[in-house]
Design a protein. Structure first.
Length: 323
């Protein structure tokens, strides 16, 4: 049976992926290759912190027998293709192109689903990975130069100059293949890694804190929102604030002590359920310190989406917080 599965895998990879073939990819294994580990496993149900949004309690479920997922926080679910277009924010055809060799996904060793697959292939809950190939290993860090990465930054309205000041070009290995992405370093030396076709992070995962000796701090979920803020204020002589980039909303509560060392905390969190919830809890905690700035992009998911669609402010014009 194992040989039959391997033959089917080789045959499928040699051929072009279509929706039917893509939906045979083992979703649990695919999530693993993207850097997402289950928080708990119960029978055929694998529970994750959602790969599609930030959360503290696992509510993203994959039924490995059915090879289907459901995100209880979003109220969405489906097959592998449905997940791919949500995760990469792309069309069906674009996701299939990734699988067919035009992106990092094509370099991932994919397992195919088979109803007769032996239970020995299932991972025991909380079992640690021993295979170093499953982990992201940083190989090289240098100044941003890669044309594809620069094009990706341009598509997200971030200038090369700003990106080079705050990010690096990072080579990393995953599943015995080398890849290149934009890297944003945290205070523990790990990197948030982004490209048009990849979203992940190297260990250790942590916050990024930029100390300008200010008594206020601006807080962002991800580094693209931080870069967007810098873009909007690049004509300002000096930004009179510290910066806290959470790199995951799960670090919000862990960062309360750091935030409250400041007299003012400006929150630029995503306008999804997780970001809104954290903002609301912070305001309840102390509305004299915490200031919700997300109303500035209330029709968008986050600050970068607002900048990218360019509805109100041209790049380079000053974007100032409310007083």
């Amino acid at each position: 049976m194992r040989n039959q599965i391997e033959d089917l895998l080789k045959k499928t990879i040699m051929e072009k992926f279509n929706c039917k073939a893509a939906n045979q990819i083992d979703l649990v294994h695919y999530l693993e290759t993207l850097g997402h580990e289950p928080s708990k496993i119960k029978n055929q149900d694998y529970w994750y912190l959602s790969p599609l949004r930030n959360e503290k309690t696992p509510s993203f479920k994959v039924n490995q027998k059915l090879n289907l997922w459901y995100d209880h926080g979003l109220g969405k679910g489906g097959n592998v293709v449905d997940f791919g277009i949500e995760y990469f924010r792309c069309t069906v055809s674009e996701f299939l192109q990734l699988l067919n060799g035009n992106g990092i996904s094509s370099g991932i060793s994919l397992s195919l689903k088979n109803e007769n697959q032996q239970s020995s292939n299932l991972r025991i809950a909380n079992e640690k990975k021993d295979n170093p190939l499953d982990k992201i290993i940083i190989v090289d860090v240098r100044t941003l130069e890669n044309k594809l990465l620069m094009a990706y930054l341009h598509n997200r309205s971030i200038s090369q100059e700003i990106a080079r000041q705050h990010c690096k070009e990072v080579d990393f290995c995953l599943n015995n293949r080398k890849h290149t992405s934009i890297g944003f370093q945290n205070i523990s030396g790990g990197y948030e890694l982004r490209s048009e076709c990849f979203k992940g992070s190297s260990s250790p995962k942590d916050i990024t804190f930029i100390d300008t000796q200010s008594k206020s701090v601006a807080v962002f979920e991800g580094f693209f929102d931080y870069l967007s803020y810098i873009m909007m204020n690049q004509k300002s002589i000096k930004l009179q604030t510290n910066f806290l980039i959470l790199n995951s909303l799960s670090f919000f509560n862990k960062s309360v002590q750091l935030m409250e060392k400041h007299k003012r905390v400006d929150l630029y969190l995503d306008r999804d359920s997780g970001g809104v919830k954290c903002t609301h809890e912070a305001l309840q905690r102390d509305s004299t310190i915490y200031i919700d700035q997300s109303f500035l992009y209330e029709q968008k998911k986050d600050l970068n989406e607002w900048l990218n669609q360019g509805q109100q402010v041209k790049q380079g014009h000053s974007f100032r917080r409310s007083i």
